[in-house]
Design a protein around this ligand. Structure first.
Ligand code: SAM
Length: 280
């Protein structure tokens, strides 16, 4: 009998992949965790029915969430990741020798354990000495932290379930406090294509605009996420990701990437008209 995994992208749209093996089905304190080995997409990690990590296209997500801020400010030394228990963002960050410490705050220890067992391609740096793991809610973690991080990456699930508190104005305000003078915040901003996701993105962007001096949105294309067209938010106190990009400097690092390059970095901030209209 054929086995398929289907994710509901809207009430009227399903995305289905053929499954070779259902490797894990487990309920943690926070969410339902599934791991599938699939025909075309390799291993996929599914949280509460939504694909969070996919072996074949995770490089797109993790390169774009990491290299865009790192190339915008080469002085980043101290980083906070909220969510990201699969380890993919950590893996990309720790390729920079200039990074001195990474704090990773994942609410659900079961996600990290699952990644260590089934997703070695993302979890390979989770035991690195520069990394400190905290198993707690990122919302509480950023409370009363001042001037500590050059970069905060919110590598979270969507604004439902445990991820909900990571999309509030209070939380962004606390992140602002926790950032250093040239601090950058990156957040997972969903897809602009489907109405429900677009509304969440607009709300998050407006909240950030009321706190940060500079807020931009950039795009990337990920086959396994709803509509395939996804956005990250870039908010900062001083750094402009296009004006301050020093392409020669980043290229001289010699980091091999499969998706990111400095021309694409600039292009990613050039948005389609319908997305510009949504943000306006
Ligand atoms: N690339 C992913 C996606 O599909 O959006 C995100 C990857 S990562 C696995 C998301 C993680 O955020 C999950 O492991 C989840 O447990 C964690 N998370 C959700 N809410 C959180 C919170 N309030 N504090 C810390 N981590 C949280």
């Amino acid at each position: 009998m054929e086995l398929w995994f289907s994710e509901k992208h809207t009430d009227h749209c399903l995305f289905s992949v053929k499954v070779k093996q259902h490797l894990l089905s487990e309920k943690s304190i926070y969410q339902q965790i599934d791991v599938f080995d699939t025909e075309d997409f390799g291993i996929i990690l599914v949280l509460d029915g939504f694909i969070n990590v996919c072996q074949k296209d995770e490089f797109i997500y993790h390169e774009m969430i990491t290299h865009v801020p790192m190339a915008s400010n080469p002085d980043i030394k101290s980083v906070l990741i909220i969510g990201g228990g699969d380890g993919g963002t950590t893996r990309e960050l720790l390729r920079y020798d200039t990074i001195e410490k990474v704090d990773l705050v994942e609410i659900d220890e079961a996600v990290v354990q699952t990644a260590l067992k089934y997703l070695p391609f993302t979890s390979c740096m989770l035991h690195h000495p520069k990394l400190k793991l905290y198993f707690e809610d990122g919302v509480n973690f950023v409370n009363e932290k001042n001037n500590l991080y050059d970069l905060i990456i919110i590598d979270s699930t969507d604004p439902i379930g445990p991820g909900e508190g990571l999309f509030t104005k209070e939380f962004y305000q606390n992140c602002y406090q926790a950032l250093t003078e040239k601090g950058i915040l990156i957040n997972q901003n969903g897809s602009p294509y489907y109405e429900r996701d677009a509304l969440a993105m607009i709300k998050a962007t407006k909240k950030m605009e009321s706190i940060f001096d500079l807020v931009k949105v950039y795009q990337y294309h990920l086959p396994t996420y709803p509509s395939g067209h996804y956005l990250f938010g870039f908010a900062s106190k001083k750094i402009d990701p296009t004006a301050h990009l020093d392409a020669d400097r980043w290229n001289s690092l010699g980091l091999a990437t499969k998706y990111y390059n400095t021309a694409l970095h600039l292009g990613a901030f050039a948005l389609p008209n319908y997305v510009i209209d949504l943000i306006k």
